[in-house]
Design a protein around this ligand. Structure first.
Ligand code: ADP
Length: 931
């Protein structure tokens, strides 16, 4: 029999049966033994009988003598050892079993034989490799002769032992399960009426009732009244029918709190097929239940949100076919219902710009989702709305997109507002910029400060006016510190009154900037007490103030000039009238035929002197007017200063000599280094003026003029031993119109313009002029000019030969005089007669050209500039086209500087100022022809 296939119940049943059989046998045996004992000795015929009886017994029975030899045994004994009777009787069987076992058997046998005490024990017996568990009982009996015998029986309990082992293991397993279940679950057992019979600790713990309170009660004690009657009826119907019920039950604790149990109720069905008890195994599911509830709630919320959301929600196939859409999207796209919308294909029917849909698909396919996607959609009625879309792609296990879940928001209005906002911000920025720009142009800054914190805010221009960096942190205190000591108390008081009484202020003050510049400012402040602030404007008016000051100065100067000019005009009038009087008066006297020759000469000299004086005045007026009007031009050319000085020396030498004085010159540079770039005419005028004055204001001694080189400059000087100039007049003499105010007989001989013209010229040429003088001793006038050397170009002007003898060597020139005024022509003719052998006279420019054409051998032309029909400039220009050799000397009126330059430009070799003085003309002719 294989016990492994048996159920526990069957094994127990088998075991009990064996036990019963064993007991019966034991009884029979004992009876037998008792019978034998009474007879004391077994008789031989009795032995046969016994054998027959023994054979009837299923258990192996044996009798051993004192030497452990088997004397009697039944067939069951032979069977267990698998041996024939003949091989057993009279043997010890020691060889049959393993040594260890046989030693044990012998030891037990010996003990029983010796002591007579019966022995019963479980032993191991191995026969032919098969092991058995046997229960052996051994007793001793003595025969009549006192021989000791051992009677024993064997019970093979191998199967029983195996069954017991399995049973034990099963019990252990069940106990483990029970323990585990008890530990983890909440267990109750109720009888068929629902009365609680057993509860475990867990149930007591969760219900908060003691075991005593629970046992004998029904589950009503813990009923939360949450479930319906139908719920419990269904449960009872299930378990009564013998089926297991499972479900969530909400119970109430002793303290009134609720808890959920995931319960499994197992009915135990008895022989009458109806349950006699119920085992409930439960687990605390309060958390689980909560989760379930939350999920359910979330599901509800989700569907409610889906339907009621203000955001449009949709699900579409990747092709754009709508799977679901909420009310918001239907409304947004102006459809009547979901069915209406379902006609629409979101892929092709919505996007205004098809490329947008392509872009949408590309992104979602690449990234699996798309956010903040802005596009324009058509509504049902064709309106265009701006949509902000978000969507996620759902993929199947193969990774293919099966669905898009998306949300859309109509941001048309938002977008419009946003655009308007951007526009508004742009405008604000522009106005801010404009304000800043305007601030910059007008140098107007803004400021504001909080009355409580005294922290200031400045606009950009305010920082610039204060000349501080933009990281400067202004407050009222450091703001006030910029003001000058005179302005500080004023602004301080104004701000205090603004804070205290809300008074505005409008002040003109001064600040010292961070870079230590003094600035005039216009500070305007307004109080806004309600908002706890003072604010205002701040304007840099330094320039305006300066202009204002300069204007006042200019006005004063203009007034002063006006005064001077009036005085000057009065003087001019006097200056012009005086020589005029002389000329007209003495001309009148000349008419008298009774005049002596000496008187005659005398009057003519006075007329000549007066004429010269008047001409000087007129020349000066013309020059100063040009300087004043800014019309005086410069003509910078190579000029040899040694030559000029020598020329002036030659020119003035006779006049100085006539006064009984001496004239010296000092040229410190060798002639080839004495070429500078300057305006030759102006330098000539400067030197002439100064030398003229030296002669004019000296009556004795000597006059010396020249120059020395000092660094980059040439320092010129004109020194005399004349009347000198008092210290207080040394500056005034260079000022225009000053002369008129000087009360000095001798000084009043001039118009007082010579030195101011001279000074203007010196400055135009880049130099300075000053005087050192002592009254009664003499004066030295100094002026400087920059030493502008150009070594490559050398002056190739023809030299003025300084020759001791003034004898004329120039003769036989063929001279053309172009002059429209008859008297002037006569004067010229007389003056040049000594140099010429032929003089041709013409009246116009055209005639001059013609004459020149007809006389290619002409040596000299004296060309008047102002002539009718064609003037001297044009005539010269044309003559130069065919005759480059003839020397042309222009006669210019009134010494106008412009005329001189122009005449040289058109091709004249030189010029002479009208009225023509004989010695001047002689020098010029000699300059060109005295070779
Ligand atoms: P004026 O035509 O009066 O000479 P200037 O401007 O040339 O005008 O000179 C101004 C004044 O300066 C003269 O009137 C004279 O008083 C004084 N002055 C000029 N040069 C000399 C000089 N070399 N010696 C003394 N006084 C002079």
């Amino acid at each position: 029999m294989d016990y492994k296939d048996k159920t526990n119940e069957e094994l127990i049943f088998e075991l009990n049966k064996l036990q019963f059989e064993h007991n019966t046998l034991k009884e029979d045996y004992n009876k037998c033994i008792a019978k034998h004992k009474s007879q004391e000795v077994i008789r031989p015929n009795e032995k046969e009988q016994i054998k027959v009886i023994l054979d009837l017994i299923e258990f192996p029975i044996f009798i051993k003598d004192n030497d452990h030899k088997i004397t009697l045994a039944n067939s069951a004994f032979f069977d267990i050892f698998c041996m024939e009777e003949e091989c057993v009787i009279g043997k010890t069987l020691v060889e049959t079993v393993p040594q260890k076992e046989s030693e044990h058997f012998l030891k037990v046998d010996r003990g029983v034989l010796e002591t007579g005490i019966s022995d019963q024990q479980e032993e191991e017996l191995t026969v032919k490799g098969f092991s058995h568990t046997i229960l052996t009982r051994k007793s001793r009996f003595l025969d009549n002769s006192g021989n000791r015998f051992l009677v024993g029986y064997i019970q093979d309990i191998t199967n029983r032992k195996k069954a017991e082992k399995i049973l034990q293991e099963s019990f252990k397993e069940i106990a483990d399960y029970k323990f585990a279940l008890d530990e983890s679950a909440i267990i109750t057992i109720t009888d068929e009426n629902g009365i609680i019979k057993t509860v475990n600790d867990n149930f007591c713990k969760i219900s908060q009732y003691t075991r005593e309170e629970l046992v004998g009660n029904t589950h009503r004690l813990i009923n939360s009244k949450f479930h319906s009657k139908a719920f419990f009826k269904e449960m009872w119907d299930t378990i009564i029918s013998g089926k297991v019920w499972r479900g969530l039950i909400k119970n109430v604790k002793k303290n009134g709190e609720y808890y959920w149990l995931d319960s499994t109720i197992v009915p135990f069905v008895g022989v009458n097929k109806s349950p006699y008890q119920y085992l409930a195994i439960r687990f605390d599911s309060t958390d689980y239940k909560n989760v379930i509830d939350n999920i359910a709630r979330a599901k509800n919320l989700h569907s409610s949100l889906f339907d009621n959301s203000a955001i449009g929600l949709y699900q579409t196939t990747p092709k754009g076919e709508i799977l679901s859409a909420n009310n918001a999207i239907i409304k947004m796209l102006k459809f009547d219902s979901l069915e209406d919308l379902l006609q629409r294909d979101l892929k092709t029917g919505s996007y205004v710009n098809e490329n947008k849909r392509i872009e949408f698909e590309t992104i979602i396919q690449e990234r699996g989702k798309i956010t903040d996607f802005e596009s324009e959609w058509y509504t049902k009625n064709g309106d265009i709305i701006t949509i902000l879309e978000e969507a996620t792609a759902t993929k199947n296990t193969k990774g293919e997109i099966v669905r898009y879940d998306g949300s859309v928001q109509d941001i048309t209005f938002k977008k419009k507002i946003q655009n308007e906002l951007i526009e508004a911000i742009k405008k604000v920025e522009e106005s801010k910029k404009l304000l800043n720009e305007t601030g910059k142009i007008g140098k107007v800054g803004g400021w504001e400060f909080n009355i409580d914190t005294l922290k200031q805010i400045w606009t950009e221009e305010t920082y610039l006016i204060h000349e501080v960096d933009f990281d400067f942190d202004p407050n009222v205190e450091n703001g006030i510190n910029f003001y000058t000591s005179a302005s500080k108390p004023i602004i301080d008081k104004a701000i205090k009154r603004a804070i205290e009484f809300g008074e505005s202020f409008d002040l003109y003050l001064e600040i010292i900037t961070a870079k230590n510049n003094l600035r005039n400012v216009h500070a305007i402040g307004k109080a806004d007490i309600e908002n706890r602030r003072i604010y205002g404007f701040f304007q840099d008016i330094t320039l305006q103030e300066q202009v204002k000051k300069e204007l006042i100065k200019a006005k004063e100067m203009a007034q002063e000039n006006d005064k001077l000019k009036s005085a000057f005009l009065a003087n001019m009038s006097h200056e012009i009238r005086t020589p005029m009087n002389g000329i007209l008066g003495f001309s009148e006297l000349l008419k008298n035929p009774k005049l002596s020759g000496e008187q005659h000469q005398n009057y003519i000299q006075i007329i000549e002197k007066s004429g010269k004086r008047m001409l000087n005045i007129i020349n000066d007026i013309v020059d100063i007017s040009k300087i004043e009007a800014g019309l005086m031009k410069m003509d910078i050319k190579e000029s040899n200063i040694n030559e000029q000085i020598e020329y002036i020396y030659t020119f003035f030498k006779p006049e100085v000599k006539a006064k009984g004085m001496q004239l010296f010159i000092k040229n410190t540079l060798p002639k080839k280094e004495a070429s500078i770039k300057t305006d030759r005419e102006k330098l000539f005028a400067i030197l002439t003026n100064l030398v003229k004055n030296a002669i004019k204001y000296s009556n004795k001694g000597s006059i010396e003029f020249g120059y020395v080189k000092k660094g980059d400059c040439l320092e010129f000087f004109v020194k005399d031993t004349g009347i000198g100039i008092s210290r207080d007049r040394q500056e005034a003499i260079f000022e225009r119109f000053i002369q008129a105010e000087i009360e000095d007989e001798m000084a009043r001989q001039g118009a007082g313009l010579g030195l101011s013209i001279t000074k203007a010229y010196v400055e135009m040429l880049g130099g300075n002029i000053w005087v050192k003088s002592e009254e009664g001793i003499g004066s030295i006038f100094y002026f400087t000019l920059p030493y502008n050397v150009e070594s490559s170009k050398r002056n190739n002007l023809k030299k003025i030969e300084e020759k001791g003898n003034t004898e004329n060597q120039v003769k036989n020139l063929k001279i053309l005089i172009a002059e429209d005024d008859e008297i002037s022509e006569m004067l010229l003719s007389v003056n040049v007669s000594e140099f010429s052998n032929e003089i041709i006279n013409v009246r116009t420019g055209t005639e001059a050209i013609e004459a020149c054409n007809n006389n290619p051998d002409l040596d000299l032309i004296l060309m008047d500039i102002q002539m009718p029909s064609l003037d001297g400039y044009e005539a010269t220009r044309q003559i130069r086209k065919f005759n480059k050799d003839v020397i042309i000397i222009a006669q210019t009126a009134f010494g106008l500087t412009g005329d001189r330059e122009k005449s040289l430009d058109v091709g004249c070799n030189d010029y002479i100022t009208k009225p023509i003085k004989k010695d001047e003309l002689d020098s010029l002719i000699k300059k060109y022809f005295n070779k």
